[in-house]
Design a protein around this ligand. Sequence first.
Ligand code: SF4
Length: 242
Amino acid sequence: MTMAAEALEQTPLEAKSPYEMRVHLGEGVPDTDVKSALKTGDMGFLHSYTTGSFVDGPGMRLVAWTTSCMFRCRYCHNPDTWTLSNGIPVTLERAVEGVRKYANGLKSMGGGFTLSGGEPLMHDLSNLTHLLQRTGFATHIETSGAYPLTGSWDWICVSPKKFKRPLKEVLQMASELKVVVYNKSDFRWAEDNAALVSQQCQLYLQPEWSKANAITPLIIDYIKSQPRWQLSLQIHKYINIP
Ligand code: SF4
Protein backbone atom coordinates (compact mmCIF):
# COMPACT_ATOMS: atom_id res chain seq x y z
CA MET A 1 0.00 0.00 0.00
CA THR A 2 1.33 3.48 -0.87
CA MET A 3 1.72 6.16 1.81
CA ALA A 4 -1.16 8.11 0.26
CA ALA A 5 -3.42 5.05 0.38
CA GLU A 6 -2.42 4.39 3.99
CA ALA A 7 -3.24 8.00 4.92
CA LEU A 8 -6.66 7.66 3.34
CA GLU A 9 -7.27 4.48 5.32
CA GLN A 10 -6.70 6.56 8.47
CA THR A 11 -8.96 9.46 7.41
CA PRO A 12 -12.09 9.26 9.55
CA LEU A 13 -15.30 8.82 7.58
CA GLU A 14 -17.29 10.64 10.24
CA ALA A 15 -17.20 14.44 9.80
CA LYS A 16 -15.78 16.50 12.65
CA SER A 17 -18.50 19.11 12.19
CA PRO A 18 -21.14 20.18 9.65
CA TYR A 19 -18.65 22.82 8.45
CA GLU A 20 -15.85 20.41 7.52
CA MET A 21 -14.67 20.95 3.94
CA ARG A 22 -13.17 17.91 2.24
CA VAL A 23 -11.52 18.17 -1.16
CA HIS A 24 -9.08 16.23 -3.40
CA LEU A 25 -9.01 13.17 -1.11
CA GLY A 26 -9.59 10.62 -3.87
CA GLU A 27 -7.37 12.17 -6.54
CA GLY A 28 -4.68 9.51 -6.31
CA VAL A 29 -7.00 6.66 -7.29
CA PRO A 30 -6.20 5.44 -10.82
CA ASP A 31 -8.99 5.90 -13.41
CA THR A 32 -9.26 2.18 -14.03
CA ASP A 33 -9.90 1.55 -10.32
CA VAL A 34 -12.53 4.28 -10.26
CA LYS A 35 -14.36 2.81 -13.24
CA SER A 36 -14.28 -0.71 -11.89
CA ALA A 37 -15.35 0.42 -8.40
CA LEU A 38 -18.33 2.35 -9.70
CA LYS A 39 -19.35 -0.52 -11.94
CA THR A 40 -19.26 -3.19 -9.23
CA GLY A 41 -20.26 -1.10 -6.22
CA ASP A 42 -17.32 -2.57 -4.30
CA MET A 43 -15.88 0.87 -3.65
CA GLY A 44 -17.46 4.30 -3.47
CA PHE A 45 -16.42 7.89 -2.91
CA LEU A 46 -17.64 9.31 0.34
CA HIS A 47 -17.51 12.91 1.49
CA SER A 48 -18.34 11.98 5.10
CA TYR A 49 -21.09 10.79 7.37
CA THR A 50 -22.64 12.18 10.48
CA THR A 51 -24.81 10.76 13.23
CA GLY A 52 -27.60 12.31 15.24
CA SER A 53 -29.48 14.08 12.44
CA PHE A 54 -33.21 14.63 12.91
CA VAL A 55 -33.67 16.57 9.66
CA ASP A 56 -32.78 13.95 7.03
CA GLY A 57 -35.63 11.49 7.35
CA PRO A 58 -37.79 9.93 10.06
CA GLY A 59 -36.30 9.45 13.53
CA MET A 60 -32.61 9.81 14.23
CA ARG A 61 -30.51 9.34 11.11
CA LEU A 62 -27.00 8.42 10.22
CA VAL A 63 -26.50 10.47 7.06
CA ALA A 64 -23.77 9.77 4.52
CA TRP A 65 -22.88 12.00 1.58
CA THR A 66 -21.32 10.54 -1.52
CA THR A 67 -19.31 12.67 -3.93
CA SER A 68 -20.09 13.30 -7.60
CA CYS A 69 -22.94 15.39 -8.93
CA MET A 70 -23.34 17.00 -12.33
CA PHE A 71 -26.10 19.46 -11.48
CA ARG A 72 -24.42 22.48 -9.87
CA CYS A 73 -27.68 23.82 -8.43
CA ARG A 74 -27.35 27.46 -7.43
CA TYR A 75 -28.86 26.69 -4.02
CA CYS A 76 -26.56 23.72 -3.29
CA HIS A 77 -25.23 23.86 0.26
CA ASN A 78 -22.53 21.21 -0.14
CA PRO A 79 -20.61 21.96 -3.36
CA ASP A 80 -17.56 20.07 -2.13
CA THR A 81 -19.55 16.92 -2.96
CA TRP A 82 -19.76 17.80 -6.68
CA THR A 83 -16.42 16.30 -7.72
CA LEU A 84 -16.00 12.55 -7.40
CA SER A 85 -12.32 12.80 -6.53
CA ASN A 86 -13.05 15.06 -3.55
CA GLY A 87 -14.35 11.98 -1.76
CA ILE A 88 -12.51 9.37 0.24
CA PRO A 89 -12.35 6.09 -1.69
CA VAL A 90 -14.06 3.66 0.65
CA THR A 91 -14.44 -0.07 0.23
CA LEU A 92 -17.82 -1.64 0.84
CA GLU A 93 -16.48 -3.45 3.90
CA ARG A 94 -15.09 -0.27 5.44
CA ALA A 95 -18.33 1.63 4.82
CA VAL A 96 -20.48 -1.03 6.47
CA GLU A 97 -18.04 -1.58 9.32
CA GLY A 98 -17.97 2.18 9.97
CA VAL A 99 -21.71 2.45 10.49
CA ARG A 100 -22.56 -0.98 11.92
CA LYS A 101 -22.02 0.12 15.52
CA TYR A 102 -24.88 2.60 15.26
CA ALA A 103 -27.49 0.12 13.98
CA ASN A 104 -29.17 -0.78 17.28
CA GLY A 105 -29.19 2.78 18.61
CA LEU A 106 -30.75 4.17 15.46
CA LYS A 107 -33.31 1.39 15.31
CA SER A 108 -34.38 2.05 18.91
CA MET A 109 -34.92 5.72 18.03
CA GLY A 110 -37.05 4.96 14.98
CA GLY A 111 -34.30 6.05 12.64
CA GLY A 112 -31.94 4.54 10.11
CA PHE A 113 -29.47 5.26 7.34
CA THR A 114 -29.92 8.10 4.86
CA LEU A 115 -27.74 8.35 1.76
CA SER A 116 -27.44 11.75 0.11
CA GLY A 117 -24.84 13.57 -1.90
CA GLY A 118 -23.80 14.67 -4.37
CA GLU A 119 -25.98 12.40 -6.45
CA PRO A 120 -25.77 9.01 -4.76
CA LEU A 121 -27.03 7.15 -7.83
CA MET A 122 -23.75 7.93 -9.59
CA HIS A 123 -22.69 4.84 -7.62
CA ASP A 124 -24.08 1.30 -7.86
CA LEU A 125 -25.69 0.90 -4.43
CA SER A 126 -26.97 -2.68 -4.64
CA ASN A 127 -24.29 -4.30 -2.50
CA LEU A 128 -24.21 -1.49 0.03
CA THR A 129 -27.94 -1.51 0.74
CA HIS A 130 -28.04 -5.30 0.83
CA LEU A 131 -25.41 -5.35 3.59
CA LEU A 132 -26.92 -2.42 5.50
CA GLN A 133 -30.39 -3.96 5.54
CA ARG A 134 -28.91 -7.25 6.74
CA THR A 135 -27.27 -5.28 9.56
CA GLY A 136 -30.68 -3.90 10.55
CA PHE A 137 -30.64 -0.45 9.00
CA ALA A 138 -33.73 1.07 7.43
CA THR A 139 -32.36 2.57 4.20
CA HIS A 140 -33.42 5.95 2.85
CA ILE A 141 -32.07 7.74 -0.22
CA GLU A 142 -32.32 11.31 -1.41
CA THR A 143 -31.79 11.56 -5.16
CA SER A 144 -32.60 13.68 -8.18
CA GLY A 145 -33.98 10.51 -9.77
CA ALA A 146 -32.09 11.24 -13.00
CA TYR A 147 -30.11 7.96 -12.99
CA PRO A 148 -31.24 4.33 -12.84
CA LEU A 149 -32.12 3.23 -9.33
CA THR A 150 -29.76 0.72 -7.78
CA GLY A 151 -30.06 -0.72 -4.29
CA SER A 152 -32.93 -1.74 -2.08
CA TRP A 153 -34.58 1.19 -0.31
CA ASP A 154 -37.15 1.49 2.45
CA TRP A 155 -37.76 5.13 1.51
CA ILE A 156 -36.96 7.01 -1.68
CA CYS A 157 -37.05 10.80 -1.71
CA VAL A 158 -36.88 12.23 -5.22
CA SER A 159 -35.95 15.90 -5.53
CA PRO A 160 -36.13 16.56 -9.28
CA LYS A 161 -33.76 18.93 -11.05
CA LYS A 162 -34.82 20.72 -14.22
CA PHE A 163 -31.47 20.22 -16.01
CA LYS A 164 -32.07 16.46 -16.24
CA ARG A 165 -35.56 15.19 -15.58
CA PRO A 166 -36.04 12.25 -13.25
CA LEU A 167 -36.55 8.88 -14.90
CA LYS A 168 -40.19 7.78 -14.96
CA GLU A 169 -39.35 4.47 -13.33
CA VAL A 170 -37.67 6.23 -10.39
CA LEU A 171 -40.60 8.60 -9.93
CA GLN A 172 -42.97 5.62 -9.87
CA MET A 173 -40.95 4.15 -6.97
CA ALA A 174 -40.78 7.42 -5.01
CA SER A 175 -42.06 7.48 -1.43
CA GLU A 176 -41.66 11.24 -1.33
CA LEU A 177 -41.46 13.92 -4.01
CA LYS A 178 -39.76 17.10 -2.85
CA VAL A 179 -39.74 20.01 -5.29
CA VAL A 180 -37.68 23.12 -4.64
CA VAL A 181 -39.63 26.24 -5.62
CA TYR A 182 -37.52 29.12 -6.90
CA ASN A 183 -40.14 30.98 -8.92
CA LYS A 184 -43.81 30.69 -9.88
CA SER A 185 -43.19 28.45 -12.88
CA ASP A 186 -41.90 25.77 -10.49
CA PHE A 187 -45.48 24.97 -9.43
CA ARG A 188 -46.08 23.68 -12.98
CA TRP A 189 -42.80 21.72 -12.79
CA ALA A 190 -43.94 20.23 -9.49
CA GLU A 191 -47.27 19.11 -10.98
CA ASP A 192 -45.53 17.60 -14.04
CA ASN A 193 -43.51 15.38 -11.71
CA ALA A 194 -46.42 14.65 -9.37
CA ALA A 195 -48.38 13.28 -12.33
CA LEU A 196 -45.86 10.43 -12.55
CA VAL A 197 -45.66 9.29 -8.91
CA SER A 198 -47.84 6.71 -7.16
CA GLN A 199 -50.94 7.57 -5.12
CA GLN A 200 -49.03 6.79 -1.91
CA CYS A 201 -46.19 9.20 -2.62
CA GLN A 202 -46.01 12.17 -0.27
CA LEU A 203 -45.76 15.54 -2.02
CA TYR A 204 -43.70 18.44 -0.69
CA LEU A 205 -42.95 21.96 -1.89
CA GLN A 206 -39.83 23.55 -0.44
CA PRO A 207 -38.95 27.26 -0.80
CA GLU A 208 -35.47 27.83 -2.20
CA TRP A 209 -33.60 29.24 0.79
CA SER A 210 -32.40 32.55 -0.70
CA LYS A 211 -35.98 33.37 -1.76
CA ALA A 212 -37.77 31.82 1.19
CA ASN A 213 -39.34 35.10 2.37
CA ALA A 214 -41.01 35.72 -0.99
CA ILE A 215 -41.77 32.14 -1.99
CA THR A 216 -43.05 30.64 1.28
CA PRO A 217 -46.34 32.65 1.24
CA LEU A 218 -46.91 31.56 -2.39
CA ILE A 219 -46.42 27.94 -1.40
CA ILE A 220 -48.83 28.29 1.51
CA ASP A 221 -51.48 29.76 -0.80
CA TYR A 222 -50.86 26.96 -3.29
CA ILE A 223 -51.22 24.27 -0.64
CA LYS A 224 -54.51 25.78 0.52
CA SER A 225 -55.94 25.21 -2.95
CA GLN A 226 -54.03 21.93 -3.60
CA PRO A 227 -54.04 20.19 -0.21
CA ARG A 228 -52.32 17.03 -1.38
CA TRP A 229 -49.09 19.08 -1.22
CA GLN A 230 -47.31 19.85 2.07
CA LEU A 231 -44.73 22.45 3.03
CA SER A 232 -41.14 21.29 3.47
CA LEU A 233 -38.52 23.52 5.07
CA GLN A 234 -34.74 23.28 5.19
CA ILE A 235 -34.83 23.23 8.99
CA HIS A 236 -31.03 23.17 9.23
CA LYS A 237 -30.94 26.63 7.61
CA TYR A 238 -33.27 28.06 10.24
CA ILE A 239 -31.04 26.73 13.01
CA ASN A 240 -27.85 28.01 11.32
CA ILE A 241 -26.38 24.72 10.13
CA PRO A 242 -25.10 25.32 6.56
S1 SF4 B 1 -28.37 17.89 -6.99
FE1 SF4 B 1 -28.01 18.22 -4.81
S2 SF4 B 1 -25.78 17.91 -4.52
FE2 SF4 B 1 -26.15 18.19 -6.71
S3 SF4 B 1 -25.80 20.39 -7.04
FE3 SF4 B 1 -28.01 20.08 -6.72
S4 SF4 B 1 -28.33 20.41 -4.53
FE4 SF4 B 1 -26.11 20.09 -4.84
